[in-house]
Design a protein around this ligand. Sequence first.
Ligand code: NAP
Ligand code: SF4
Length: 675
Amino acid sequence: MTAYPRLLAPLDLGHVTLKNRVLMGSMHTGLEETGDWNRVAEFYAARARGGVALMVTGGMAPNPEGGIRPGAAGLYSTQDIADHRIVTSRVHDAGGLIAMQVLHAGRYALGPDCVAPSAVKSPISPFAPTALDEAGIETQIADIVTAAARAREAGYDGVEIMGSEGYFINQFLVRHTNKREDRWGGSYENRMRLALDVVRRARAAVGDDFIVIYRLSVIDLVPDGSTFDEVIQLARAVEAAGASIINTGIGWHEARIPTIATSVPRAAFVWVTRKLMGKVGIPVIASNRINTPQVAEDVLASGAADMVGMARPFLADADFVAKAVAGRADTIAPCIACNQACLDHTFSGRISTCLVNPRACYETELPIEKATNPRRIAVVGAGPAGLAAAITAAGRGHAVTLFDRDSRIGGQLNMARAIPGKEEFHGLVAWYETMVAETGVALRLGRAAGVDDLADFDEVIVATGVVPRDPEIPGQDGPHVVGYADLLSGRVEAGRRVAIVGAGGIGFDVAEYLVHDGRSPTVDLEAWKREWGVGDPSETRGGLTPEGPAPEPPARAVTLLQRKDERLGKRLGKSTGWIHRAALRMKGVEMVAGVNYERIDARGLHVSFGEERANPRLIEADTIVLCAGQQSERGLADALAAAGRAAHVIGGADVAAELDAKRAIDQGVRLAAML
Ligand code: NAP
Ligand code: SF4
């Protein structure tokens, strides 16, 4: 008997039966744009082998003006169709089903030729769109329909028509972006016309035995967005127009409310999808921050949806469903919703991968095969780099011993998990614990390994991590000055007024830790909704509360400082930096850039500004926390070198500047794949 009876139940769509209730949602990985169709095919085939019922590709542009950026992949020519056939046939050989997403970006297209219902520029694009005339609208509809027909020709099992997230079709639906007064604007009937024409004509073009998913925005999270009555009206009309499934979309890309970041509670928006249940006869899919089989099962059991959509969890682990079927959910590499290697890569024009699983989208380039010559390998340091190296090497058949002077594994991951909003790191450490046991890694914890301990190993991997950089501020030896590690480990308590020296990833994390009183809104959905101003779209348009964000008062008065004269948090993740900045602003954290640290005394931190050290200011503080970056911990590496022992040095012990878990894990996996 499975623990996930609803998740693993088949779903009959009439002409085809899905083998379970899991949809792999669309992700723009950048793979299609590489032109390496074998690589694209292997990415999807691996997930098909992993048991997911139905996958949706990244968004394919119906025409150049609708592409998310110049050069975005689409299906324009017979060559394109032949390329996509490589993917569909490989997926079918693997026993999977795949639908192609048709994505017209409208005013979100990052190019001067972008088009939209009205010439209303998006706040997240530098380009103002051209308002379409009647003929232009017909061209766009015809192109979307043609793309759907080509998808069928290319062997896809269906299409997903992207009608949410604030893209082209969504732009017609709401007055926020549709100011037209002709038959495409004004009344809701008129604003729906484009969406319904697209679905009706696409259905006519592809025939009855083809899946047509319509992605429908159930909560826009932008001013003047849809009401829920309009959502229901649209859903019913979309069903009547021929859609087979409604996939729900949450929030426009320009929304100032996080929808998928790690600080968003798990399954935070399924209550909105639940409101659609019973209003239509076709299956409804819930999505956003669903990342374990149990969360997914609970969503289905609560009656919130007929299927669940998960996207990033399939980057973290291609075998998500197969492992759930096997009753081994504990071995599923967890998506921690960090966005660091997926969305942040997409936004910077790089191929997506996964912080937890560097093989994602590199399936053909980073094979992990059984070792031909199993050896004894010592890994010193059980942080992310060492753990990744140890389980990868052991999984390949090497005999691996993992040392750490701490009594538990995790290294810096244990600090991350102390931060409110970063609870997903608990799951990541738990997964490493499982995989250490599963792959047979021998653990030696609670004792620093020296050169002599490593004598009997064929290979030594040094992953000793980092030590905090000393900022050398006069007076920093005072009793009220603490390092971030002491604070986050709970060894010391901060006072009511705190100054933080350094505003990198850890400075921001420490500020987040300090403004909370131990309660995290991420594990309290109602508190989180209040904090960000998420209301009910049945009561307010777009689901924004009239009063806006209403966070709990901060637990402490916090000042965050850096020496660089630039906006604080500028270098944080592309897709998440704004969330960290907004969250701290809401808590009244003062952010001060361009400082010189003059001295610390009993009253607090004295700073000045500029080369002339002008405008002296005292930041009154009961506690001063040092978060001034890291330096490599190379004691063991140097001792091994002095003893003439070769070693591989990885992670923070190799390079501390700008170190993060993504690079550490990537380096660990790649090294272990080669040994
Ligand atoms: P970091 O990001 O390199 O930031 C170090 C901070 O210390 C900077 O604000 C820097 O700004 C300041 N600093 C550097 N040298 C200093 C000195 N001599 N005296 C005073 N201040 C100094 O390092 P981190 O914050 O320790 O984080 C380590 C890594 O962990 C990060 O790079 C990040 O990738 C990762 N991390 C990521 C996240 C995340 O959310 N993705 C969260 C936590 C940690 P100024 O030089 O301008 O003063
Ligand atoms: Fe999830 Fe982070 Fe991996 Fe993206 S990079 S799939 S958010 S764990």
